[in-house]
Design a protein. Structure first.
Lengths: 114, 115
């Protein structure tokens, strides 16, 4: 089966600019997750979708981050405006029915804010 | 969530077994233990999970102690491609909606397989 697709692979922006990341999960996977991974740390969950509804966004900095999953398939994560501390790898993962079936991660988008 | 403790780093010789320990002394009776790994510049990859009994799949074996306070992930014949950060995760108990049941990553163990 095709994996989780993410784009772009790399992005460099200046602080205060906006940026968007795209994720296409594995076909049929109802659950989608966005994680942020800062260099040297483990991934941190930002938001979890079940179909097109948000299940958990408690760690999403909502003043600058937003995410949507239209039609319960593709998802976009946006940062507006970006700060230097947003420099990280943004990982998307999907799962058939949640944790018990394993998560499949994409390769991520590496964001550098200068 | 049960807190896990893993060594920061470990080395292993190629072809030998790699044994990665994880301490989860506060785990409760119905909580599973999950292992993922992350190879450089890739997303994390599921390896194995277990509750009480030892588990084995094509990638690894998971040995959980009888008191369930610790576990060991075993890569029987480590190769250079097994060099990665290995994460031991105990997600807790699932609530009725399942919203709390998700992977929370620590810093993991960097396993370096040497030629």
């Amino acid at each position: 089966e095709a994996g989780v697709a993410q784009s772009p692979r790399y992005k460099i922006i200046e602080k205060r600019q906006s940026v968007a990341f795209w994720c296409n999960p594995i076909s049929g996977h109802a659950t989608l997750y966005w994680y942020q991974q800062i260099l040297g740390q483990g991934p941190k969950l930002l938001i979890q979708f079940q179909n097109n509804g948000v299940v958990d966004d408690s760690q999403l900095p909502k003043d600058r981050f937003s995410a949507e999953r239209l039609k319960g398939v593709d998802s976009t994560l946006k940062i507006q405006p970006a700060k230097l501390e947003d420099s990280a790898v943004y990982l998307c993962a999907s799962s058939l029915r949640g944790i018990s079936y394993g998560y499949t991660f994409g390769s991520g988008t590496r964001l550098t804010v200068v | 969530d049960a807190k896990t403790t893993q060594p920061t780093s470990m080395d292993c010789a190629e072809g030998r077994a790699a044994n990665l320990p994880c301490n989860h002394s506060t785990i409760s009776g119905n909580e599973y233990v999950y292992w993922y790994r992350q190879i450089h510049s890739q997303g994390p990859q599921y390896i194995i999970h277990g509750l009480k009994n030892n588990e084995t799949n094509e990638m690894a074996s998971l040995i959980i102690t009888e008191d369930r306070k610790s576990s060991t992930l075993i890569l029987p014949h480590a190769t250079l491609r097994d060099t990665a950060v290995y994460y031991c995760i105990v997600p807790g108990l699932r609530n009725s909606g399942g919203s709390n049941y998700k992977l929370t990553f620590g810093k993991g163990t960097l396993l370096t397989v040497n030629p």
